[in-house]
Ligand binder design. Structure first.
Ligand SMILES: C[S@@+](CC[C@H](N)C(=O)[O-])C[C@H]1O[C@@H](n2cnc3c(N)ncnc32)[C@H](O)[C@@H]1O
Length: 239
């Protein structure tokens, strides 16, 4: 017979495998602008899934609200949202519906930082003109051809003195040891292989080759930890 402890261990082991769903759910909520829709309704506001869906373009609001409710429930039990119950209609106070508000955890995700302007767009089509461009854990989602397209768009957006700043886990093939960071990096490599067509973790040489192939002159590598690097692609040599 399972004791309470062993059931908890069993569920927690299953949850490690399913933790990707939490990330995907949070990403979906951010991309659908759900957190901002709640934030814009005022401090402490709680909205039902139907009210949120009414502010998202959709051709199928009824099933969208049902699916969104499932997303909101998972975010609630992971402390990103709080739930309050309220009457679903003014006439019948016995039927209750859930309304969702932002917790402190979610407030830090709602993009309202002073001096930061959010610009919608597709990095394969155009990137706003700027002095430097940071790509953190973006290139590893894409195969080499897509990475070159992104880097070409960066090139077009930068002045001659500009740079791309990449932050990624890098693979050091000569140092495949059983350290937590290397295990993590290789695990992410398999995730990239299975989730993204051609996505992968790269070596520093791989990054350098990508950058040089689209015209960047110099690659600078700054190791932050054993596998995490900040990598700069310079448009022209800085003397
Ligand atoms: C792995 S996430 C990294 C996000 C963030 N830089 C970080 O480190 O948490 C990849 C990001 O690329 C964005 N993305 C995917 N395709 C895109 C596109 N065509 N144009 C602009 N951004 C895109 C996704 O929305 C997602 O936020």
């Amino acid at each position: 017979m399972e004791t309470k402890g062993s059931l908890e261990n069993h569920i927690s082991a299953l949850d490690i495998g399913n933790s990707l769903c939490i990330q995907m759910t949070l990403n979906t909520a951010i991309e659908l602008d759900v957190l901002n829709i709640i934030a814009k309704s005022g401090p402490g506001a709680h909205l039902s899934s139907k009210e949120i869906v009414s502010q998202i373009p959709t051709t199928n609001p009824i099933s969208a609200a049902k699916n969104l409710e499932r997303i909101l429930n998972l975010l609630s039990v992971n402390s990103f949202l709080s739930i309050s119950l309220r009457p679903a209609t003014a006439n019948d106070k016995t039927v209750q519906e859930k309304a969702y508000g932002l917790t402190k955890n979610a407030l830090c995700l709602a993009p309202k930082y002073q001096g930061v302007k959010h610009v919608k767009g597709d990095m394969f089509k155009s990137i706003p003109k700027t002095q430097s461009i940071m790509l953190k854990e973006v290139l590893h989602n894409w195969d080499d051809e897509h990475c070159k397209k992104i880097l070409r768009k960066c090139w077009e957006a930068l002045p001659n003195t500009g740079k791309v700043i990449v932050v990624e886990y890098v693979i050091m093939p000569q140092e495949l040891k059983n350290t937590p960071e290397i295990v993590h990096s290789l695990t992410v490599d398999i995730m990239m292989m299975t989730l993204y067509n051609g996505g992968k973790q790269r070596t520093t040489d791989d990054f350098d080759n990508l950058a040089k192939s689209v015209g960047f002159i110099e690659t600078k590598i700054f190791p932050i930890t054993h596998v995490t690097c900040v990598i700069e692609f310079l448009k022209r040599n800085m003397v």
